[in-house]
Structures are given as C-alpha cells and as structure tokens.
Ligand binder design. Structure first.
Ligand SMILES: Nc1ncnc2c1ncn2[C@@H]1O[C@H](COP(=O)(O)OP(=O)(O)OP(=O)(O)O)[C@@H](O)[C@H]1O
Ligand SMILES: [Mg+2]
Length: 204
C-alpha cells in the first residue's frame, strides 16, 4: 500500500483556502484519488469543540494557552484521522495545520517561535505535510473578502497590525521550507489561482 500524500492549505482569513480546497477535492477525486478532507482546529469531536472555544471567545488569552490547545487537538487529529488515512493510502487535504500556529500564535500574538518548534517536534514527531499551499494576501484584501462572506470571528476582529505579523510569519515559514511550501498569489482571480493549482497538482 502506497502511503497517501498530506496536503495542507494555509493563508490568512479570506485568502481562499476553503474555496480552493473544494476545487482541489473535486480535481483529485476526478483523478481517482481517495481523499480525506479535514480542518484545524477541528477534524475530531475534541478538535471541533476546541475550535468553538478558540474562535468564538472574547476573553483575552495567553498565546501559549492557545498553542497548547491547538497542539492538544492536533495530537488527536493526527492519531485518529490523519495518520490512519495516509497509512491506508488516502490523500489528506487539511484546511490549516501547524504553519498557522506559527503564523497566529508566534507571528500575530508574539509567542516564542522556538516554543512552537518544541511542540511541533513533540506532537508530530517526523510528520510534516508533503505539500503546503500558502495563499498569500495582504490583510486589507483578506478583510474585505471575509466581511462580505460572514460575521468576523474573534481572530478576525483583531487589528491590522496583527495580520501584518501573521503574513510575515507565513512568509518566514515559506522561506524556511521552500521545498514544501508553495506561495500562491491569492490576489489573483479564483480562475487564475486554479490555473496555478492545476500545474502544482499535476506535478505531485
Ligand atoms: N481569488 C479570489 N478572488 C476573489 N474572491 C475570492 C478569491 N478567493 C476567495 N474569494 C472569496 O473570498 C471569500 C473568502 O474565501 P474563503 O472562505 O475561501 O477564504 P478562507 O481562506 O477559507 O477564509 P477563512 O480563513 O476565514 O476560512 C469568499 O467569499 C470567496 O468566494
Ligand atoms: Mg475557510
């Protein structure tokens, strides 16, 4: 049994992750690839409960607390969903993963980068995505898109400077992992982004 591919989608709120995940799901299914589609925080009952706690609360929180909750949910998600799917030959498409913890809790909220690296090593062992699609967008464009789509959640209500730091952290991750992370210019039209995605998925 050939192990499946693990693909994550990253980018700030409104960058197009969910839109393009749906499109990728259809493209890969059309190629006859068996898929598990999931998201973080989430993916398990525990993860979905944590997602509610993390995204809906107005209460200020230490970024360390958020990171620990994220990795607690991630540990469960990996053991119960991601690893079994990959081992059975399915590909896994995941809407956000650990790069988002670096981007939001380290970049956005100022937690030490090295602490997240420790948690990453502890919880993931050697597990890393095979491919990460990072949808790069300025905070201004991202906010204008999500405002139209739905009410902002707690993270989205934070300041523009926060999102500038989130973006800078994502770009730092991409620089540190150039073989894994593909930067996609998400200010392009949906159709233009799809042309780029098509090329990328044909090459994997
Ligand atoms: N390239 C694009 N051009 C114009 N609009 C887009 C583009 N990509 C996505 N959108 C629109 O922007 C909105 C946000 O997209 P989407 O929900 O896919 O973003 P997301 O990255 O999943 O955001 P979140 O992190 O909030 O879940 C949607 O209304 C979507 O139709
Ligand atoms: Mg989304």
């Amino acid at each position: 049994m050939t192990r499946g591919r693990f693909i994550t989608l990253e980018g700030m709120d409104g960058a197009g992750k969910t839109t393009h995940l749906e499109w990728l799901r259809a493209r890969l299914l059309a190629r006859g690839i068996a898929l598990t589609v999931t998201r973080e925080p989430g993916g398990t009952a525990l993860g979905e409960s944590l997602r509610g706690l993390l995204l809906d609360s107005h209460e200020p929180r230490q970024p360390e607390t958020e990171a620990l909750l994220m990795f607690a949910a991630r540990s469960e998600h990996i053991a119960r969903v991601i690893e079994p799917a990959l081992a059975s030959g399915q590909w896994v498409l995941c809407d956000r993963f650990t790069d988002a913890t670096y981007a939001y809790q380290a970049g956005g909220s100022g937690m030490a980068w090295s602490r997240i690296a420790e948690l990453e090593r502890w919880v993931q062992g050697g597990l890393q995505p095979d491919l990460t699609l990072y949808f790069d967008l300025t905070p201004e464009v991202g906010r204008s898109r999500t405002r139209q789509a739905r009410e902002p959640d707690r993270f989205e209500r934070e300041q523009l400077g926060f999102y500038e730091r989130v973006r800078a952290a994502y770009l730092r991750r991409a620089e540190e992992h150039p073989d894994r992370i593909r930067i996609i210019d998400a200010s392009q039209s949906i159709a233009e982004v799809q042309v780029e995605l098509e090329k990328i998925i044909l090459s994997i």
